[in-house]
Design a binder for this molecule. Sequence first.
Ligand code: PMV
Length: 325
Amino acid sequence: MKKTTRAHSNIAFIKYWGKKDEDLRLPSNGSISMNLSNLYTTTTVEFDESLSKDDITINNEKDGKKIAKVVSHLDRIRALKNTTMKARIVSVNNFPTGVGLSSSATGFAALTTAAILSLGMELTEKEMTVLARLGSGSACRSIPTGYVEWKAGETTDDSYAVSLYPPSHWDLVDIVALTSTKEKYVATTDGQKTAQTSPFFKQRMAHIEKKIEDCKLYIKEKNFSAFGKLMEEDALEMHAIMFTSHPPLLYWLPETILIIKKVLEWRKEGIAAYFTINTGQNVHVICQKNDASKIEALLREIPCVMDVITNTPSRGSYEIEDHLF
Ligand code: PMV
């Protein structure tokens, strides 16, 4: 059966950084995110008895490390279904890959959903998130709708993502200021491996539960200033851990700092905008709907900003009818 799905990227407000089990991708801590309307991957999967090997095309490319990761994930799904059938897969992102916009999350969420549907398997949403997590940790958060919590868990079956609220709960806007499409110099999976070498890692773990509870409360109450402050602090805390890991990790470019400074200046002028950054140089500016067009215009005025991508809260992953082959 040929099946096509779409999965949206997600931005974490409380970040996932570090694993307590590398093979099972069990995170050291839980995380909270929102799915993003304008950043997504579309994937078509068809299992076919006549294929002798998987035929995979990702963003028009047919080889490389990414393909090997997809084959490993397919093997996981084949083992669940007890089949050896190979698959034809075409996958495209509507945004640049490897620049801090969570293409591995969208990629593995869309792949998991399409492969499961294509094999006619019936999994619960929770089981789908567990499976997507094994492909790429944050992919589990791109399966449920809207505002999502990934519960860290202690075993593979209890490390899963669940929707906290639908997209309509709160009209937050995430404006990505794209300053460079250069691919990150260290893949997130490799970067995560050294998180525990930072002297600040233990410190972060000691208060992370409280941060998660506070974040959930601020989202529930739609308390934007408390939420923004917490989110910004968490992004800086995660990057502080990266800076102080062995070897150090520095995903920022001069443009990243320039935009951070602008956001801080705007806030002093009374504009309610806060920033967050993943593994990459591009900054996500978070605001509320009423301020979005003003902030988008301000970002566009900055000479190093190549483009802005404006996102509202989105649903998770879903089936579409338009196949890619
Ligand atoms: O799921 P991964 O391995 O791509 O890691 C995601 C890490 C961050 O984007 C930096 C944080 C997060 O929680 O999304």
